[in-house]
Design a protein around this ligand. Sequence first.
Ligand code: SF4
Length: 631
Amino acid sequence: MELAERADALPNGPGVYLFKTAAGRVLYVGKAQNLRARVRSYLGGGDGRPHIPLLMDRSEDVDVIVTVSVKDALLLENELIKRHKPPFNVRLRDDKQYLALRLDPRETWPRLTQVRRFRRDGAAYFGPYTSSIAMRESVSNLRRIFPLRSCREAVFRDYARRGRPCIEYEMKRCLGPCCGLVSREAYDELVRGTTLFLRGRSGELSETLQERMRDAAAAERFEDAARLRNQIQAVARTVERQQMVTPQAIDRDVFALARRGGEIEVQALHVRDGRVMGTQGFGFSGVSLDDGDVMSSFLGQFYGAEEGREIPAEVLTPLPIEDDGALAALFEERSGRRIAMRAPKRGRLAQLLATAHANAELGLAQRLEARESVEAASAELQQALGLRRLPRHVEGYDVSTFAGTLSVASRVVFRDGQPSKADFRRYRIRDAAPDDDLACLREVLARRLARAESEPLPDLMLVDGGKGQLSVLCTALADAGLEADAIALAKERDTQSRSPRVRRSGGLKSERIFVPGRKDPVVLPASSRALLLLQRIRDESHRFAIEFQRELRSKAGLVSILEELPGIGPSKRRALLRELGSLRAVRSASLERLASVPGISARDAATLQRFFTALSLPGEAEADPQEGAPQ
Ligand code: SF4
């Protein structure tokens, strides 16, 4: 059936429509109060939005899902955008990580923790913070005023057992709940104060503190009154530093949008109690939707339930949102109150929008500049290494071996110079000998290339290492019958010590790039943008592999790690634990004692001891995967 015929047969109630290619790929997801009228408007040419001609050129089919209301359609639209990632929609990236503070009032002695995601789990979240420095500074100021405990549960229990508080108590940064040195009521007051402060409710907080100060003075609790006075002063000093933008103590989120062609930057300015508490920028590329559609889709996702963001009393946008009231209904349902949505053209609120807009322009300019620099680096790389394609999509691999016993590997993915964290992968080596770096790499690459159909190959594959690693990569590609540019990046080594040599040239290490078919490695100047890009990818893959290995080596994982050691299977592990009683005893046993366990050979004993010795070394002995690689 033709698209036009299908449109005529659609229901005229609310719902979601999906434009698709002939092969079924979803190109665009939209919502409508009247599905038939909306889909027809795409076909009739009456809708002048810029993305429509392009979308109609490629669309062969349209599906609809009927919903009870346009608000439900909005929720479903967000869900489908996340699932199908349609190229014509704007999508808040899943791997965008936020820095935020979490406070769970259900804990016995609540504390602030740093998190990277908002969740709807009953805890309170504050932020986002633009940098970890800004966040740490905020927490450190706050703990001087409201000294909540900072320790983890295990540390808390440890000090409670010892019966004396830690140094934080001496430094007056904690009131010592671990040892019963603070009453429940007093601690609860700290939690309340922290919450009000982080919510930006400084006015309410000051009033509460002043009332409590007066009560304390009236009851002749002068020490408490003095402490409260200090808190009031400290709050006032901190608040003074935050910029006041409106005289009304109202909470608002202000959104602005800057655009150059398909490049868009949306900026959010969070105003709490009339003061700017933070900003956030979101970049989108290749967007053909008009500004109104971008804003409407963005807001639906920004305040989506999974994001867990608080919806303030007022939301300001640069242009009116025309979505048949879907967003307003969603906001009302989520917050349980009416949320004012405005697009002011004059006055103080318009000035606030102008401030957000200036930030959006700045964010866009910086992003485009960074992209230009990445484009230049990619072009330089292509030219210097003779690559077939411009390396826009790069995968980097690293193997990490722990004392020759436990090997893991990582894959990182960079697109246009930016890490694409959702595509990062971690591998536990299954078959290769853990002390054989090249065999481990071979196994990981074979596993990766076996998925080439569902995960298309990148423009460039990079391995950390020298000629040996490069040869493994090229052979793996040839064995799989696949083609991609391949290189290896190695730090220059001292031939005597085999350790990376720090050749001072502008204070930077010299690096060698191995390319198939070239006898000598390519050495780019230390300041080359192309080299910096490769180093960033290599360092990220190294960091990611080490992080995985540390996780595996964490205490909880040690018993299972025993099984991963070469030659130590479940039966040997059981024998060790049965004979020696505990993991701790296995760890501290001598070589002879280990070898005396039935079923444990001298070689097994040596493996175990090497592993546990490395585990207890300060800084942990991480074998460099390039160690021993043919150069
Ligand atoms: S004093 Fe006790 S509760 Fe406070 S941070 Fe130290 S261990 Fe934790």
